[in-house]
Ligand binder design. Structure first.
Ligand SMILES: [Mg+2]
Length: 224
C-alpha cells in the first residue's frame, strides 16, 4: 500500500487516528451536555441546544479550544474531561505502528487540531510522546488543519517534502485540505470511534488496521 522508500515524513493525526475517538464523542455529545445542565441547573432543552451548538462549531479553531468552551459555558472543561479520562486510549494496533515507525526511519510528527490543554491531558495517559519526533498543534499556529494556513505554518516549523510525506487523519475535510496543499500520500481511518459504525471516506483509502501499512514480514497482529 505504501512504498516506504519514498516516504521521509509521516504526519499523524491524534484523535480518531492514533487514539480512539470514543472519548471525544462521549465527552462532547454526552458527558459535557449532561454535566453542563447539572452544574447550571438547566432543563433538558438546554442540553439539546448545547449539543447543537457544539456540532455547529465543528471544524473551527474554537471547536478545538478547551479555553473557548470553558469560557463560553462557564465550566472547567479540563476538570470535566478528567471525570471520563479512563476512556482515553489508543486505537487497535496504533502502538504497534508507532513502534515500527521508530525502527523504520521516517520523521514522525503529530499534526493535531487538539489544543495544548488537550495534549497535556492525553499525552501522559497514552505515552504517545515517546514515539514522536515533534508535536504541532493547530493552536500553536493559529489555524485549524482544515485551513491552508495550517500547512504553510507546519512547513515553517517542521520542514517536509509534500511529495515524500504520508499523512493519516480520520477527517475527510482535513485530508482534502492536506491534498490541496500538495501532500501526496493520504490515508483515512475506517473506524475512528470504536463504539460507532465504520464510515466511508469516498475520496480516500481508509485504513482498517495500521498493519496494512507495515511490511508483510511484520506479524499482522501482536498479542495483547
Ligand atoms: Mg482526528
Amino acid at each position: 500500500m505504501i512504498d516506504w522508500q519514498s516516504i521521509d515524513t509521516v504526519l499523524l493525526d491524534m484523535d480518531g487516528t492514533l487514539l480512539d475517538l470514543h472519548f471525544d464523542s462521549h465527552f462532547w455529545l454526552e458527558h459535557l451536555p449532561r454535566r453542563y445542565v447539572e452544574l447550571h441547573q438547566l432543563d433538558e432543552a438546554s442540553q439539546e441546544a448545547l449539543k447543537a451548538r457544539i456540532i455547529g462549531e465543528q471544524g473551527t479553531l474554537n471547536w478545538y479550544s478547551l479555553a473557548y468552551w470553558s469560557r463560553e459555558l462557564g465550566v472547567d472543561i479540563v476538570a470535566l474531561k478528567r471525570e471520563v479520562q479512563h476512556l482515553i486510549g489508543l486505537r487497535g494496533d496504533a502502538l504497534d505502528f508507532l513502534t515500527w515507525l521508530k525502527t523504520a526511519h521516517p520523521r514522525v510528527v503529530l499534526a493535531t487540531n487538539a489544543d495544548r490543554a488537550s495534549l497535556e491531558l492525553k499525552l501522559p495517559l497514552t505515552g504517545l510522546e515517546a514515539y514522536l519526533d515533534a508535536i504541532v498543534s493547530s493552536e500553536d499556529v493559529g489555524a485549524a488543519k482544515e485551513e491552508q494556513a495550517f500547512w504553510f505554518a507546519l512547513q515553517e516549523i517542521e520542514p517536509f517534502d509534500p511529495a515524500r510525506t504520508l499523512f493519516i487523519d480520520d477527517n475527510s475535510r482535513v485530508l482534502e485540505s492536506a491534498r490541496e496543499f500538495g501532500i501526496k500520500h493520504l490515508l483515512g481511518i475506517k473506524q475512528p470511534d470504536s463504539q460507532r459504525p465504520e464510515k466511508e471516506l469516498q475520496a480516500f483509502i481508509a485504513l482498517d488496521r495500521f498493519a496494512q501499512l507495515m511490511p508483510s514480514d511484520m506479524p499482522l497482529e501482536t498479542p495483547r
